[in-house]
Ligand binder design. Structure first.
Ligand code: C5P
Length: 231
């Protein structure tokens, strides 16, 4: 299980100084839409300049017509990020085209898909997809797997089921992790600790606030990395 730290701070300087403080840690860094739009694509090289071993997950959640998504995927690959994501609801044709385009590139990034955004409740999800969240999320996961996508972003509690209906090697990346207890749940609805993530065979855990809001983000990160070694 790998730790992915969400760089969700309110400006570029703060994100960079968080990354600098984690310079010696074996972590992935998640760069989201806000930071990418605000700080530009150079944010990736700036992070790599801090530590060339940082792995970058570009969380842009692509959703467009297949050719536009494939074009965007190709441009993302040129940024030298290790992973990015698309919406599974963009469909199998789009996901296959993204994978096909990347197959022409040496060392292409891993592609994950987003099944159901956690901001949807059951009713608002049904209004768009005409199906319950769990059933549709599983269908999206299967379609992603069949399209050659390497894994999904999902909740800890869906990870095992998704692996069961796809493949053991199909990756799961799970936000909503609260490594130091659930007291600080923030806006996450279904939170889990590291042991639960491990039991549910999550491949990546994404942690944001429990790290960057900690008094000492480096200590918090090291504690998490130590507990990953212990389990
Ligand atoms: O601060 P926290 O640990 O809750 O951050 C989780 C990160 O994962 C945030 O960047 C959030 O946008 C992202 N995320 C999520 N739920 C999803 C997809 C992404 O919390 N379904």
């Amino acid at each position: 299980m790998r730790l992915c730290v969400a760089l969700d701070l309110s400006d570029e300087k703060e994100n960079i100084s968080l990354a600098k403080s984690l310079k010696k840690c074996d972590v992935w860094l998640k760069v989201g839409l806000r930071s990418f739009i605000r700080d530009g694509k150079n944010i990736v090289s700036e992070l790599k300049n801090i530590n060339d071993d940082f792995k970058i997950f570009l969380d842009l959640k692509l959703y467009d017509i297949p050719n536009t998504m494939a074009d965007a995927a190709e441009s993302i690959a040129e940024l030298n990020v290790e992973m990015f994501n698309v919406h599974a609801s963009s469909g199998k044709t789009a996901m296959k085209m993204v994978k096909d385009r990347l197959s022409r590139i040496k060392n292409p990034p891993i592609v994950l898909s987003v099944t159901a955004l956690t901001s949807f409740d059951e009713n608002s999800f049904r209004a768009i997809y005409n199906e319950g969240v769990e059933k549709k999320a599983l269908q999206f996961a299967k379609e992603s797997y069949e399209s050659g996508i390497e894994g999904v972003v999902c909740s800890v509690y869906e990870s095992l089921m998704i692996k069961k209906y796809t493949n053991d090697d199909f990756l799961t990346l799970t936000p909503g992790i609260r490594p130091f207890g659930y007291a600080q749940k923030d806006d996450q609805k279904r939170v889990a600790d590291i042991k639960t993530a491990y039991k549910n065979r999550c491949d990546f855990i994404v942690v944001g606030r429990p790290i960057y809001q900690a008094k000492n983000p480096l200590d918090a990160t090291q504690k998490i990395l130590d507990s990953l070694k212990e389990i």
